[in-house]
Design a protein around this ligand. Structure first.
Ligand SMILES: Cc1cc2nc3c(=O)[nH]c(=O)nc-3n(C[C@H](O)[C@H](O)[C@H](O)COP(=O)(O)O)c2cc1C
Length: 192
């Protein structure tokens, strides 16, 4: 096996064995977590706040897929929405629970945007994240729990993501909102 393949396997094994401890790490009000990725979502840059909150060293994150910090309680539907929005060349705002290397959970309000070269071609993605307000999280947690419960009824990943996305759409449609409008309604209420 090549050393790159060994590294990928080791990373995957580590992630599989990493379980949330239940500890919640709160971001400071002035924390701004930044990362950049290539077109496949492989991390090319992470700032000091990213490394501190995720408890990873820089060399452990650069070159790794961004699902390195994926939390098992996050519904797939949110990531489908994120990638679908980026594929349209648009920016996306999303509340995301992340899993740190030490098992702590840290919630963020993320803004993810395409990055363009001088010719206007998308060459990667950029994400900045801030601490979400407690009020926003009080609305987001039960929604995500509902989506996750729906997704867990399905054995295939794509079917789970589709079912979660359909439920997300219908729950928010009852309130007359898209996901983007839902996020902005929470920001308007409580600030991030
Ligand atoms: C710029 C950028 C930032 C991202 N930030 C996160 C993040 O903070 N947490 C996360 O779980 N996924 C993030 N993602 C999405 C991941 O690439 C991935 O889709 C997600 O973790 C779901 O992984 P899975 O398909 O293995 O379930 C980001 C993607 C991009 C392009």
């Amino acid at each position: 096996m090549t050393s790159a393949a060994t590294a990928t396997r080791t990373a995957r094994d580590q992630r599989r064995t990493l379980r949330p401890t239940g500890e919640e790490r709160l971001l400071a009000p002035d924390d701004l977590i930044v990362s950049k990725t290539d077109l496949r979502g492989v991390i090319t840059y992470a700032n000091e706040s990213f490394l501190r909150c995720s408890a990873y060293a820089e060399e452990e994150v650069i070159g790794r897929p961004h699902n390195l910090v994926r939390h098992p309680a996050m519904p797939r539907a949110v990531f489908s929405l994120l990638w679908d929005t980026l594929a349209r060349g648009e920016e996306v705002f999303a509340y995301i629970a992340n899993l740190a290397a030490d098992g702590a959970t840290y919630w963020v309000l993320a803004n993810v945007t395409p990055s363009y070269d001088a010719a206007g071609k998308v060459v990667g993605y950029h994400s900045s994240r801030r601490a979400p307000s407690p009020g926003a999280l009080a609305a987001v947690r039960p929604l995500y729990q509902r989506l996750l419960a729906e997704e867990r009824r399905h054995t295939s990943g794509p079917a789970a993501a589709a079912a979660g996305a359909a439920l997300l759409c219908s729950v928010l449609a009852e309130q007359g909102l898209t996901y983007d409008e839902f996020v902005w309604s929470l920001i308007a209420r409580g600030g991030f």
